[in-house]
Each structure stands twice: as C-alpha cells, then as structure tokens.
Design a protein around this ligand. Structure first.
Ligand SMILES: Nc1ncnc2c1ncn2[C@@H]1O[C@H](COP(=O)(O)OP(=O)(O)OP(=O)(O)O)[C@@H](O)[C@H]1O
Length: 305
C-alpha cells in the first residue's frame, strides 16, 4: 500500500456540509507543517474537492510516475525554519476544467477512493490527513473498509470531527460519531468551528450562532473536546486570495483603510520562512486563528502519541 511509510493517518469528518471541515483540514495541515512535521492531505470529497482551492494550487497538475501519482507539493520542507513539507492529492487536480462536476455512482466513487489509497506515492510522511465529504457516504464506507484492512495496527490514529455550535449541526455530527463507533475508527476529538466572531476593531466576541454545542456533544459522547475556532474574516481572505493576498475594497482593520493593498504587513519580518515554505503558510503564521489552531494541533499530536 502507498500509505505504508506514513506514521499517522487522521480522518477529518463532519456530519453536515459547510461547517468548515476543509478549512479545519487546511489549518491542521499548516499547523503541523509549521511545527516541522511532514504532512500529506488527501481530499476524498469527490463531488466537491476543495483542497486545491484552500491551498491555492488549483492549476497544479499531478504527475504520473511509474509506480503511481506524485502528489502536488504545497511547499517543500525547510528544516532551518522548522517547516515540514506539505503535499496534497485531490480529484480536483485530475479534472479537465476547474469546476467540472463529478456525477458518479457509488461503485465508481469506491474505486476512486481505493485508487487514491493505493496509487499515490506519498513516501515517508509523519501525518496523512484525509478530508472527507460531509455525512456518511460511499466514500466513507470505502475509506473505512480499505484503511482498516490495509493499515498496520495503530496507523489510523482516528477521526477529528468538526461541527458548528448550533444544535442542527451537532445533531448531524452525532451520526458521524456513531459511524466511527460502528466502523471501529477511534474518535480523536471534536472541534467546534465558527464559534463566535471576534470584532477586529474592538476585539469583542459575538456568538453569532449558539455557543458550546460541540463541547456539550463531546461530553455526551465521552470524547475529547479539542477546542473552539472563532470566525475570522482574515482567514477567508487568506484562503480566497491565496498566495498573493490583496485586501478587497472597504477593508478597514484597526481603523486603517487597507483596500487594495497587498496583505504583507506582517509577512516579511525576517525573510527566513518565505525561503522554502509557501507564502500561504507564512501568511497563516500571521493569521489570528494560527495560535488557536496551534494549541488544538498540539492536543491532537499529544492524543495520538
Ligand atoms: N473559522 C472560520 N472563519 C472564517 N471563515 C471560515 C471559518 N471556517 C470556515 N470558513 C469559511 O466557510 C466556508 C465553508 O468552509 P469549508 O469549505 O471549509 O466547509 P466544509 O465543511 O469543508 O464544506 P463542504 O461541505 O463543502 O466540504 C469557506 O468559505 C471558509 O473559508
């Protein structure tokens, strides 16, 4: 199996679409990489692959080598700066045109997931994060079957389950936790995303949705609560504008009008990290969600052991 040299495999799940599962996968991958770990991200959301957009590598092409596909490099390792390499594989790289729709029946999806697990040449990696579609679909069942059959004991570290605070989303996530129980995939913990909005001007946190649903659910299911990630408009900007971030018109932060300016205000204090790591990672280091997710990542790494 092409996953044999990967130390830990982590699934990222959510019961509902749009709760920020891919954003969480992105931040988890960047946090791990910035902590010096080598990370692969496998996007098995076949009908809505969003990892190429998240990493701003939508135009990248996957190379076919004799033994399989070479994943796309988001950034190379920079040991001097303590940054690990980050690579990604997604169906998005294999579609002819950006935005092409995938309308496949179950067996074809199953075959694709199996091929992703067997034919991608990851090489040696500390972590492989698998971004899954929302719910419990054909992709999940194929993933669970293939992974649990082929992985060595303990290699599948478990699943991180993402939810938003409100009850309708947490209800869906309960199904996801049940799926993990039934398939025997350990649950590493629950992350509550979009938990409040911190005003960039006055720093007051407003709970736009209700609060604490993820924590309550974690207690109910006796699983670890990994933390709450607030809504940060800067993160969306970082992702949507990728490696060349420009503030849109009307952006006023801390009373300063930044419309149209390149968001490099904190990007180049020493020039070290930009040398090898992508500017995306470098920008993320300066995003307000980075310290929040760094703590969550440390907890996950400690939980995996
Ligand atoms: N903490 C956050 N702060 C600000 N924006 C966020 C946050 N989390 C997610 N978003 C934004 O919300 C939108 C949906 O997030 P994302 O695509 O990660 O959700 P998803 O659960 O993976 O969706 P899908 O079901 O389509 O796979 C994106 O535009 C993303 O940038």
């Amino acid at each position: 199996m092409s996953l044999s040299k990967i130390k830990h495999i982590v699934l990222v799940l959510s019961g509902k679409g749009g709760v920020g599962k891919s954003s969480v996968t992105t931040q988890f991958a960047l946090s791990l990489s910035l902590a010096g770990h080598s990370v692969g991200v496998l996007d098995v959301d076949l009908t809505g692959p969003s990892m190429p957009r998240m990493f701003n590598i939508e135009d990248a092409k996957v190379t076919q080598a004799p033994g399989g596909w070479l994943p796309v490099t988001v950034h190379s390792a920079n040991p001097e700066a303590g940054v690990g390499e980050l690579r990604c594989m997604s169906l998005g790289f294999l579609l002819h045109a950006r935005g092409d729709a995938v309308v496949w029946r179950g067996p074809k999806k199953t075959a694709m997931v199996r091929q992703f697990l067997s034919d991608v040449l990851w090489g040696e990696m500390d972590y492989l994060l698998i971004d899954t579609p929302p719910g419990t679909s054909d992709e999940h069942i194929s993933l669970a079957e293939t992974l649990l059959k082929d992985a060595w004991p303990g290699q599948v570290a478990g699943a991180v389950v993402v939810t938003t605070p409100q009850a309708v989303a947490t209800a869906d996530v309960k199904k996801e936790l049940n799926f993990c129980t039934k398939t025997g995939i350990p649950v590493i913990g629950v992350i509550e995303n979009m938990a409040g909005f911190v005003c960039p001007n006055c720093a007051e946190c407003t709970n736009i949705f209700s609060k604490g649903g993820g924590q309550v659910m974690a207690q109910e299911f006796n699983v670890r609560f990994l933390g709450a990630v607030p809504i940060d408009p800067q993160f969306v900007m970082l992702i949507e504008t990728g490696n060349r971030p420009v503030y849109p018109q009307g952006t006023i932060i801390n009373g300063q009008d930044l419309s149209g300016s390149v968001d490099n205000t904190t990007a180049e204090p020493n020039g070290q990290v930009t040398k090898d790591a992508s500017l995306l990672a470098y920008k993320y280091r300066n995003c307000s969600l980075e310290p929040v997710f760094r703590t969550i990542t440390q907890d996950i790494v400690a939980a995996i052991g």
